[in-house]
Design a protein. Sequence first.
Lengths: 383, 383
Amino acid sequence: MNDPTTPSAPAAGLEGVVVAESEISYVDGEAGRLVYRGYEIEDLAENSTFEETALLLLDGELPSRESLTAFTERLEAERGLDDEVLDLLHGFAADADPMAALRTAVSAEGMFDPDAGADPLDGEATRRKAIRLIARFPTIVAAFDRLRNGRTPVGPREGLSHAANFLWMLSGEEPDPEAAGILDVALILHAEHGMNASTFSARVTAATLSDLHSAITSAVGTLKGTLHGGANAEVMRMLLEIEKRGTDPETYVDETLDAGKRVMGFGHRVYRTIDPRAPILAEFSRRLGEKSGETKWHAWSERIREAMESRKGLAPNVDFFSASTYHALGIPVDLFTPIFAISRVAGWTAHVEAQYAKNRLIRPRARYVGASGRTWVPFEERR
Amino acid sequence: MNDPTTPSAPAAGLEGVVVAESEISYVDGEAGRLVYRGYEIEDLAENSTFEETALLLLDGELPSRESLTAFTERLEAERGLDDEVLDLLHGFAADADPMAALRTAVSAEGMFDPDAGADPLDGEATRRKAIRLIARFPTIVAAFDRLRNGRTPVGPREGLSHAANFLWMLSGEEPDPEAAGILDVALILHAEHGMNASTFSARVTAATLSDLHSAITSAVGTLKGTLHGGANAEVMRMLLEIEKRGTDPETYVDETLDAGKRVMGFGHRVYRTIDPRAPILAEFSRRLGEKSGETKWHAWSERIREAMESRKGLAPNVDFFSASTYHALGIPVDLFTPIFAISRVAGWTAHVEAQYAKNRLIRPRARYVGASGRTWVPFEERR
C-alpha cells in the first residue's frame, strides 16, 4: 500500500534539500571554500583564535577587544565542573567510549545548569547555557580521560587559552606553545560546517522547543558515528593497522578497496573538489612529525592520499590529516572525536540560537510501503 | 550572498518532504487513521497489549504465542537497572525535569550496556539493546520519581505487565487492574507515529552509524519539547491554571486565543481531521473521572474541545485527553511526557533498526544568506 498523501520519491539522505536559511557559514562545495560569517576559513586559521571564532559564530561579527575579553573571561570562569557533575563522572564506566561519556555528561549538565528551567526562547538564558557548554566540553573530556586511567582530574588553569588549557587538564603538564597553537587552529577549523548531520540533529531537537542541552546532547550522539565525527579516529586506526600489518600504505588501500570496503577520511557529501581544511591540517601533521622525528604517520598519510586520488579520484576531508596531527600531539585515538566536539559545540550553539530565533517544528514524512488491511486475531488463528 | 549551489526555497519544517519509505506505520492525515504494520490503531487498542504491539512494531508480524512469551520474559528479565546506573540516578538533581533525567539515564545505559562496543549494524546486538531500553524506560522513570521524593526505588515485580509493573514501581502499591489496563492501552496508542520529530531525530543520529543509545537519547531530548511530547504536560498545566484562576474553560480559551497564544493539545502537522487516538483517550478520561468521582477534568476538557472546534476548527490530538487520563491515574504532571517516552521507545527502536538496514547519511543543506567577502582585521581596525 502506498500512502497517497506522500507520493514523491524519498530523499533518504536529504541530499541538496534546503532546510534553512543560514547566516552562520557557507560551504561552497564546488570551489572548495568554507566561510564563517563572511570570513574565509584560511583567513581565520591564520589570524583568529578559537575563542574569537566562537564569538564570531555566535554574534556574527568579529568582536571588539572589550567584547572578546569579556567572553574569554566568561569562558574561563565557567570551565570548572559542578561537584555534582564531577561526582557523576566518577561513576562513569572506565571502558566507555569517550563520546558516550561526553554525551552523558552534557545531558547531566542540563539537570544542574542554573538556567535549566528557563524557556528555551529566553535568548539570554540560552546564551548563558551556550557559554557554559563551550567552556566545559574540554573539562569533561579531560576529566573522563584522567578518571578512566585512575588519575585525579586536573582543574582548569587561568591565563591559558581554550586549547592550551585542554592540553593542561589532559596531561597536568605545562602545554607546549606550538602544540597549543596547532590545537587552537584545529579547533577553529572544526568549529562550524553548515547543516552537517550533528548540527541538523541539534536543530531537529531544538525545533520542538526542547532545551539547548537536549539539542547539544543529540549533536554529540550524532557526531559519534563513523560516517561523521567518528571518522577521524577511524583514520588513525587505519594507520595503526598498517603499522601492525607491516604492509605499505598503497597495498593497504588496494586491499581495502578491492574488498569493497571504505578507506576512511576521503570524500564529502558537499565538497566536490577539495576540503579547504585538509591542507591546513596536512601542514600541521608534517610539521609535528618533523619536530618529533616520527615522520611516518604523515608520510603514510600522504601516500594514502595519493593512492586514493589515483584509484578513486577522492580528496581527503577534514578528518584525514587531523588523525596524524592529533596523534603527534600525543592525544589518545578515542579522544579525536571528542576534540571535534569541543570545537563544533561553538557552531552547534550558534545554530540552535538561530533555530529558536525563527523556529518551525522539523517534521518530515515517511512513505508507507508496508502491509495493509490486516485484522488482529488470537494466537490460534495466526499463521 | 546567496549560495548558488542550493537555490531552492527552504523547507524549514520539511513539511511533506518524504525522507524514507517505511513499513512500520501509516499515518493517514486526511482520513484520520493510524495503522501499525497494517493493523488499525483501534483494533490494537481493543485487542492487543503493549508488549505484543512493541514486538509487532519491531518484527512486522503479530507474534506466535511462543514468540510473545519469550519476548515478555526477556523484557521482564531486563527490567532491573545495573547498580552502576542506579548509583548514577542517586546523584541526579532532585529538581531536574524528569525528561532531562531520563535522557541522561538512557545515555548512561549506553556506557554500561553489555553490547556497548558492538557494531551498530550488528542486528542481533542492536536488538538486544533495544529490548533492554524498552524494558528499562519505566524503571528509570519510576526510580527517578521515587528518589526525588526521598523514597527508595521499588524494583520490578515479576508477573506484572509492562504497564502494571510501572504503576507498581512508581507507587510501591498493588496496581489497580483497571488503571493498569488503561495505561496499557495508552502505551499502545503512543508507541509509534511515523516520521515524527523524535523518531526523525533518532534516525538522523543513527544515520551517521552512531549507536542505538545515541539515537534514543536524541529522541528523548526531542520528545521533551512542548511542540512534541511536552504538550501533554502543558495540557494538564492549562487545566490546573483554569482551576487556579477560577475561570470557566470557555473564557480561558477566549482569553488565550485573544492574547495570540496557543491552546495546547490541538491540531497536528499530519492529521487534517481527527486524531484517532484522541477519542479512545477521551473515553478513558471520562471513565476514570466517573470512577473516582472527580469528573471536572474530563468535563472541562470536553468544554475546551468544543470551544476550540467552534473558534478555531481544530480537533484535539493525542496529547489532549492523555492529560486528564494520566492525572486521573494519579501520575504527577511532569511524568506525562516520560510516559509518552516509555511507549514511543518501541517505535523509535523499530525505526532505528530500519535506518540501519538501509542506511544513508541524513545531511541536508542550508542556504547561505549571510555576509560575504570579509577580511580579518586587528581590533584597532574593527568598527
